[in-house]
Write a protein of this length. Structure first.
Length: 420
C-alpha cells in the first residue's frame, strides 16, 4: 500500500495547473448514457474516481475512446440496460448518477446503492423523489434501486428538493431532458459543477434555463446531437492549493483557477492575512504574511464548501488565535481531527463544531487518512510540520487529486511516494 513521506518546513513557490473538476466530470460521464450521439469530454482529471466512472459507463455498453490523458469520446449509441455489479458502485457515491439517464432512456433501471467516503449517511432519497415527480416508480430491493417508468415515458413536472442537493439536482436535470414537457426544479443546487453539467447537456441538445439559481427549467424531450465540452476547473483543488501556499508561507500561481468560484474561500483567506489576486493565467496566492484564525461554517454553494473544511482546519491550527469551525453539511466530517492532533494541533470537538486553538508548532508523525479531503488535510499539515510526516491510505487522495504529490514537489515540497 502506498504512503506519502513528507519532510516539512519548506516554503512552496511556483505554479500549479488546476485540473478539471472531478465532481463535474462524474455526472457528465453519466450523462453520456442519455444520448445516441457521441460526447467528447475535455479536461478529464486523471483520478481514480473518474476511471471508476468510465468503467461503470462501459458496463452499460458505452464505448470509451481515449484521446490523450485528459480527453475521451464517449459513444453510447449501442448502450443497453444492465445491472452493474456492486463491486463497481461501492467505491464512490457518484455511481448513483447513472440512475436518471438509464431510467429516462431505457424506461427501467437497476442500480446498487452506492458507496464512497465514510463521512455521513448521504441518503439517495432526494434522487428517488425527484424521479418519482417525473412519473417513475421506485423501490429498494436487497440493496438495489429498482426503477421503472410508465409506457409513455417520463413526464415533466415540478420537483421541489427538500435541500439543495447537488446529486439530486443533477439526477433531476438529466432525467428531465428525456421527459415530455417542461420540468421545474426548485431549491436546486447552485454549484459551478451543476452549471457545468447544464452547459454540457445543452451542448448535447438539451434546453435548460436557470442553472446556477434555485430554479432550473428543463424543456423536453431533447433532440440529441454530437457534442464537445470542456470540464470546468476544479475549485476544490484550487482552494486546496491556495491553502497549501498559506500553510507554508509561500506563493503559488493557480493556472486555470476561477476566483469567482472561490468567492467565500477567498474572503476567508484574505481575512486571515492571505493575499489573492487574478493573473492572466488564473489566480496568485501570496501566503507570506502573518495569519489569524477566522470562524467559518460550511454551507451549500455559494457558502464555504464542506470539501475544504478539513484543509482549512489544518491552516487554522498554525494561524494565530482561535477559530470556530461549524460543519453543517455532513455529520461525520471531523474524522481528521484525531490525526491532526497527532501532529500537534489543538482542536476541541463539541457536536458539529470544532474549536481550533491556533499558533501551534506542528511536528511530523505517522497519520492515517480516513477519506478524500481528510487525506489532503494531513498532507497540508505535514508540509507545515517539523520533521517527517507519513500519510497512510493515500488511495483516498488518489480518488480526487491528480498527481498532487508531483505538483507539490515541483513547487519545492519534499514528498516521496513509497510502497510499504
Amino acid at each position: 500500500m502506498d504512503v506519502l513521506v513528507i519532510e516539512g518546513g519548506r516554503r512552496l513557490d511556483g505554479a500549479v495547473a488546476i485540473a478539471g473538476a472531478k465532481n463535474a466530470a462524474l455526472p457528465q460521464i453519466a450523462a453520456s448514457l442519455l444520448s445516441e450521439a457521441p460526447l467528447t469530454l475535455c479536461g478529464l482529471p486523471k483520478v481514480t474516481d473518474v476511471a471508476t466512472m468510465l468503467g461503470l459507463a462501459e458496463t452499460y455498453g458505452v464505448v470509451v475512446e481515449r484521446i490523450g490523458p485528459h480527453e475521451a469520446i464517449l459513444g453510447a449509441a449501442r448502450a443497453g440496460n444492465a445491472e452493474a455489479p456492486y463491486d463497481s458502485v461501492r467505491r464512490m457515491r457518484a455511481s448513483v448518477l447513472v440512475l436518471g439517464p438509464l431510467l429516462a432512456r431505457f424506461g427501467e433501471a437497476r442500480v446498487s446503492l452506492p458507496g464512497g467516503c465514510a463521512i455521513g449517511a448521504r441518503p439517495v432519497d432526494l434522487h428517488l423523489k425527484a424521479l418519482a415527480a417525473l412519473g417513475a416508480t421506485l423501490d429498494v430491493e436487497a440493496g438495489i434501486i429498482v426503477a421503472q417508468v410508465p409506457a409513455g415515458g417520463l413526464v415533466g413536472g415540478r420537483i421541489v428538493l427538500a435541500s439543495p442537493s447537488v446529486g439530486a439536482t443533477e439526477t433531476a436535470m438529466m432525467a428531465a431532458t428525456r421527459a415530455r414537457g417542461e420540468t421545474e426544479i426548485l431549491n436546486a443546487a447552485r454549484d459551478p459543477e451543476v452549471q457545468d453539467l447544464a452547459e454540457c447537456l445543452c451542448a448535447m441538445g438539451a434546453t435548460i434555463e436557470g442553472a446556477g439559481t434555485h430554479r432550473i427549467r428543463v424543456a423536453g424531450p431533447t433532440t440529441w446531437r454530437p457534442a464537445r465540452h470542456e470540464i470546468v476547473p476544479d475549485r476544490i483543488e484550487a482552494g486546496t492549493y491556495a491553502i497549501a501556499a498559506a500553510i507554508t508561507g509561500g506563493r503559488l500561481e493557480l493556472s486555470g483557477a476561477r476566483l469567482e468560484h472561490l468567492a467565500i474561500v477567498g474572503e476567508v483567506l484574505e481575512s486571515m492575512g492571505v493575499r489573492l489576486f487574478p493573473t492572466d493565467r488564473g489566480l496568485m496566492v501570496d501566503g507570506t504574511g502573518r495569519l489569524h484564525g477566522v470562524d467559518i461554517a460550511t454551507e451549500p454553494y455559494p457558502g464555504f464548501p464542506t470539501d475544504l473544511q478539513a484543509q482549512y482546519m489544518a491552516l487554522a491550527s498554525i494561524a494565530e488565535g482561535a477559530a470556530l469551525v461549524r460543519e453543517t453539511v455532513f455529520e461525520n466530517r471531523f474524522m481528521h481531527v484525531p490525526e491532526l492532533a497527532r501532529l500537534g494541533a489543538d482542536i476541541r470537538l463539541e457536536g458539529t463544531s470544532a474549536l481550533v486553538r491556533g499558533g501551534r508548532r506542528l511536528r511530523g508523525a505517522p497519520v492515517m487518512a480516513t477519506d478524500l479531503r481528510a487525506s489532503v488535510c494531513l498532507v497540508l499539515a505535514g508540509l507545515a510540520a517539523e520533521g517527517t510526516t507519513i500519510v497512510n491510505r493515500v488511495y483516498h487522495l488518489d480518488r480526487g487529486y491528480e498527481e498532487l504529490d508531483r505538483k507539490l514537489v515541483r513547487c519545492g515540497a519534499a514528498i516521496s511516494r513509497e510502497t510499504r
